[in-house]
Design a protein around this ligand. Sequence first.
Ligand code: HSE
Length: 351
Amino acid sequence: MQHRIALLGFGTVGQGLCEIFRDKRDELATQYGFEPIVVAVSDLRMGTVVSDSGLDVNRLLDLAAAGTSLEEYPGDVRRGGDALSTLANCNADSMCELTFTDVKTGEPATSHVRAALQAGMNVVTSNKGPAALFYRELEQLAREKGVRFGIEGTVMSGTPVLNLARLNLAGNRITAARGILNGTTNYMLSEMEAGKSYDEALATAQKLGYAEADPTADVDGLDALAKVTILANVLMGENLRPSDIPCEGIRGITPEDIEAARADGKRYKLLGEVRREGSKVTARVAPMQVELNHPLAGVMGATNAVTFSCDLLGDVTVNGPGAGRTETGYSLLVDLLEIHREMLSRGEALA
Ligand code: HSE
């Protein structure tokens, strides 16, 4: 059954998602009855193209690879306009919000999400801005409109975290979630432990493309802070803002600190933590020393991990990628598949 999709933003993640649609077309249709039809793409840099009957993802990917405007797409399609006018003028069932992340204002992504939900579209996103700043409001709006606001990709890309807690840990009381939520800083700390200076470790992280465009978001803990805010709000029902949560990055960690921790049988990790004690929820981001026999201590390089403390299961740790073209593209797919399953069960998807 067809599922009509609008993409706002066609950078790495949007292209990664379209590559999955291209490469797994048969498998998705056979196994999940999911036939994604991209009906609109709007990108600030590459332009806008809309077709109610669907665009060819190969053609879209070729245009992006060639650095050509999407408006060069041939044939009888609509061209031009911005993200909001695209939403108003397309027939999508679901919108993927993939524009740039701004965790200070959440814009322009939050306006895109609001407009899509208001129009009765499901929204899936890996953009941390709207989720970290306005999760309660947007989730409530989605409920009122009978659609879904899927944000799995905002924490640890496609590695299951939010859906794992919601679906597979259901029935547990989660009393804490503690994790390595930023790959760049975990990579840097691993390199520093291997003998590199802070500056050398940062330079390599930048060369490998791990660091965000502005590395301060990584090294000062702000990227992890956005994710901790999301964990607090989604897992623990809070309504926190990043500014409510104490946050310290890794700039102050010296090779001597790392050596002293090692001598003590411990290892420094930049951890994001949310903890429930009675009715009180506390959260923080800070470099912390972890015992070497804790599962988080063995997570090295750019890998992410989170340990959930559950009343029925005890500690459950999941580790995996926290970023990447295909990995983050996949995070959108997994939310879309869940939405599609619900649409199929309600008999809503197009025959
Ligand atoms: N720059 C982030 C990291 C990835 O290093 O983990 C996206 O949040």
